[in-house]
Write a protein that binds this ligand. Sequence first.
Ligand SMILES: NC(=O)c1ccc[n+]([C@@H]2O[C@H](COP(=O)([O-])OP(=O)(O)OC[C@H]3O[C@@H](n4cnc5c(N)ncnc54)[C@H](O)[C@@H]3O)[C@@H](O)[C@H]2O)c1
Ligand SMILES: [Fe+2]
Length: 388
Amino acid sequence: MTDPIHLMLPPTIVVGAGASAQVGEHARRLGGRRALLVVDPFFVANGLAATVEGHLTTAGLAVTVFADVEPDPTDVSVRAGVAAMAAAEADLVVAVGGGSAIDAAKMIAVLHVNGEPLDQYQGYHRIPRAGAPLIAIPTTAGTGSEATQVTVITNTVAQTKMMIFDRHLIPSVALVDPELSASMPPDLTAHVGVDTLTHAIEAYVSRVATPLSDPFALSCIDLVGRFLERAWSAPDDQEARAGMALAALQGGAAFSNASVGLVHGMSRPIGAVFHVPHGLSNAVLLPAVTRFSLAGAPERYAVVARTFGAAGDEHDDQQAGARLLTALEGLNERLGVPRLGQLEQVDEARFAASVEKMAQDALDSGSPARNPVVPTHAEVVAIYREAW
Ligand SMILES: NC(=O)c1ccc[n+]([C@@H]2O[C@H](COP(=O)([O-])OP(=O)(O)OC[C@H]3O[C@@H](n4cnc5c(N)ncnc54)[C@H](O)[C@@H]3O)[C@@H](O)[C@H]2O)c1
Ligand SMILES: [Fe+2]
């Protein structure tokens, strides 16, 4: 007998043009009276923050705006958010932005209730009590954080990206409004889109994938195969934006219930040490990690290849795996994703000095243990070098 499987998702998910305009009614339904609006500064400038604030005040809530959210949110900014929440006596959190704003909001909502020290929550299932209700409104069609029980917070002392996994991090409501991602420039579209693809591939080949997570993963891979390059080359292509917004949500739903793997394990240390954006550091690693991992799950990778459109039924599993690798390398090339050593943020001497610690941090995060092939420390170092 195998163990029972389960699926954890936000209780309310709304997908479609105009979904974000429902924020007021959901906030009221959740019993909110005073909202902390955690918003990426980009949307303060472009006016979306004011629009969302308007929906909330029309629904009768008082609103305090917290826009001190940087890409790859830190423990420092989370603490500032908790202080803002306490000062405003807020009882509900609304997040508007990419994975960074949503992740910061998740941590603010739970830290407000559970208290310091923040780093005690790193790892799996360490948050004792539910936080304030959270409504997540994603804008990047990338991380899927709106659907996940995960937050990633930079520890400014240890210089690591802490992965915190707990059901109390699942938003109460995800409002997925594809129109909000139309303002993304092509590079951002490419990077966050490969992050989405990586979530689904890693979830599908994960050692802990389940029949409940698989459908989300495969739908995501199919959508990315059809829509990523379209959204990248024609930012106003609404069908493509809608496809990628759905893909991001489904990729999040998949990996949150089946784990990410070695790409994410190795990507977080690159982000922590060199401040390379998350999607970009995944994209840089995806081909090399796939090459390393193929032999651990050839049938699963073949299904990925066929779903992505890289192989057909006429290809056997080994051919399909090889074609997937070629497709991922080609995708990076067309999207302009450089090699690790070509990234402007990554200095060669610092890389050489950091690579052993990065490999250890990758292994310590737990994600590589779910990879189809579980690497040794030396193998992780070798893959970093191969991606160089
Ligand atoms: N919690 C999870 O499940 C999960 C999963 C994967 C990644 N992450 C984390 O999410 C973070 C990355 O999030 P991200 O990739 O969504 O990017 P991001 O939130 O860091 O945003 C990147 C940049 O894009 C800008 N931006 C956001 N939306 C925009 C839009 N619509 N138009 C124009 N500019 C826009 C932001 O201002 C920012 O400068 C990382 O910290 C990563 O570790 C979390
Ligand atoms: Fe990711």
